[in-house]
Design a binder for this molecule. Structure first.
Ligand SMILES: NC(=O)c1ccc[n+]([C@@H]2O[C@H](COP(=O)([O-])OP(=O)(O)OC[C@H]3O[C@@H](n4cnc5c(N)ncnc54)[C@H](OP(=O)(O)O)[C@@H]3O)[C@@H](O)[C@H]2O)c1
Length: 237
């Protein structure tokens, strides 16, 4: 790689975000990660910093426009460029609709949908300048609906629709846009504690590898929507 390219990953303190950060750092990218919790994001950066020093931790809540503007400014001040945005931060709440509160609805929509919009808006000028790449992490829940999934399904269907339309808006500027729709991935999603029982699932680094492959693809080719699932179902006892 000539000049090192710069990647910004929202929700990078754990799970898929941290796994993608690790993979891309190992491949020689400079990586900025953000999350709401300053202690957690600093801890993740200290851990990833053992691989390479090209890591930057930023505290940002994607629900707040000004946080995401500040995050991108911090990256530009430090590295002077931004090549890849990965809008990954997301939360899940699963409940029958009669039990779902307005607060829960707003939290999921504000994070998973408005949060992606806030990150994209903040990064847009820099990404257009670098003729870069925007990737959103949606979910198979963006095409398959499930019991108790109303708000999570609504949010991920929205991310898929938003990203596909964004792709049409931006490819005229040589900016590529892809949404990745993973099935089950081992992570801390919904306060899950990873264990040996997660071995059948995709691992966060698998999503990192997909991102890397997208970034390396011939400039004329654009896989705009990627569904990915574990190759084998869980073993039933
Ligand atoms: N795990 C799966 O099976 C799976 C499958 C398909 C799609 N996904 C999607 O993958 C993405 C990452 O999830 P994950 O599985 O890695 O979950 P995770 O382990 O819980 O990580 C979520 C990350 O998002 C951050 N975050 C949450 N709300 C935020 C906000 N308002 N602003 C900024 N950061 C925020 C969290 O940090 P803080 O709490 O410190 O903010 C954390 O770093 C999500 O969009 C999720 O919907 C997951």
């Amino acid at each position: 790689m000539d000049e090192k390219k710069v990647v910004y990953i929202t929700g990078g303190s754990k799970g898929i975000g941290k796994g993608m950060a690790r993979y891309l750092l190992e491949k020689g990218y400079k990586v900025a990660i953000s999350s709401r919790n300053a202690t957690e994001i600093e801890k993740a950066a200290a851990d990833l910093g053992k691989i390479k020093a090209d890591i930057l931790a930023i505290r940002s809540d994607v629900r707040k426009q000004e946080d995401e503007q500040h995050a991108v400014k911090t990256i530009m001040d430090k590295w002077g460029r931004l090549d890849v945005l990965i809008a990954n931060a997301g939360v899940g709440i699963f409940a029958p609709v009669e039990e779902l509160s307005y607060e829960q609805w707003n939290k999921v929509i504000d994070t998973n949908v408005t949060g992606v919009f806030n990150s994209v808006k903040a990064a847009l000028d820099a990404i257009k300048k670098s003729k870069g790449y925007i990737i959103t992490i949606a979910s198979l829940a963006g095409t398959n609906f499930s019991l108790k999934g109303t708000v999570y399904n609504a949010s991920k269907f929205a991310v898929v629709g938003f990203t596909q339309a964004l792709m049409l808006d931006l490819r005229q500027y040589d900016v590529k846009v892809t949404t990745i729709m993973p099935g089950s991935v081992t992570s801390n999603f919904n306060d899950h504690i990873p264990s040996a029982e997660d071995a059948w699932k995709l691992q966060p680094e698998d999503i990192g590898q997909i991102v890397y492959d997208l970034l390396k693809m011939n400039p004329r080719a654009l896989p705009s929507k990627i569904e990915v699932r574990p190759a084998k179902p869980p073993v039933k006892n």
